[in-house]
Design a protein. Sequence first.
Length: 445
Amino acid sequence: MRAAASGPTLDDDAREGTVLNPQGGDWDDLVGELTSTPQERIVVNMGPQHPSTHGVLRLILELDGELVTEARAGIGYLHTGIEKNMEFRSFTQGVTFCTRMDYLTPMFQEAAYCLAVEKLLGITDEVPERASAIRVLMMEMTRVSSHLICLGTGGMEMGATTVMTIGFRERERLLSVIEGITGLRMNNAYIRPGGVANDLPEGMIEQIRSMIPQVRKGIRELEALLLEAPILKGRTKHVGYLDLTGCMALGITGPILRSTGLPHDLRKSDPYCGYEKYDFDVVTRTGADAYDRLCIRLDEMHQSLRIIEQVTDELAGNPGPVMVADKRIAWPANLSVGPDGQGNSLEHIREIMGTSMESLIHHFKLVTEGFRVPPGQAYVAVESPKGELGCHLVSDGGTRPYRAHFRDPSFNNLQAVAAMSEGGNLADVIVAVASIDPVMGGVDR
């Protein structure tokens, strides 16, 4: 092929860098001249609207051909002002905000926040055991649900559509149980300061027990599809590598940290909600790559199902209240999920509306004004599916937080994008980000 066009030449003093004169010659020679300057780099934007960035994450990539020479994460496209909004709502109403941060792990935000409120109130030991057990049950079901989304979307991004359909199928089983307990599939606002909104509905323990073997079977299907697949191994082995030193330097927690061999899990190292009563293992690997993180999440789902089985046994033989006894703090917790999917309790409504004016006045003040929390500050952390999720809460003695700030693990873990991606291929960036499992609602808050 020969260039048919010819054009004007430039004067010497008008030339800058390499000047091309398409006046004939072989096309291969022209291409060779164009690519003879190795210092040139291409900068591309992956996102913020891209199917492989787990939401509105923007990745600024500098490429040398297919090689990633520099990677930076751009965030803030999903900023909702949740932390600031919580300063203008009562402590109980704050649950409705923080549950929406990482929308795949709502129960963990609710638990961390409520544990911080209870710490400030000094009622940590007064929370009923049944309420704590229900919190553990909801968190572990949410953990399995989150991991299924991580594996399903990660598989889809690599072209394994069946992995996504199985993951979402099993997640539906869990969400149907969560909806049966709370009335909502996501953004539940179910865990509240002092306990939970309502007890388990009648027949729910049997429903959970029948669900567990179905979900376990689905996880084994994922293992059969993924663990020994040569294509998946080729895409994930030695990809997104980050060793223990890198994790410690960047504050990385969760499956990424445990893939380096360090068994750091707050459920074991700093138990909360009675986790010390349950028998489970902290899963670790030593490969520190995307494949090991995948294996850890699969194994962690089995451990969560172990915990759920133990919690259902405890709940079946341990009836009791699900909210603290102090009526100055406790929102009504004798509600039930009605056929409309909303919480209601005709007995409670009859009491406060028909038999006791004092109860009606107290209910009105508690719900509209809220309870006062002594001045001080508290930090409580829980082990979310993505790592350490912390809540730093400050009270000035009023009925709403002076400041509520969350350490979202996705925000910290995204710092690893550069370390995992630079020096690898462009296609490996997708795998590395999927192994981090960020959710931008938690990152931007």
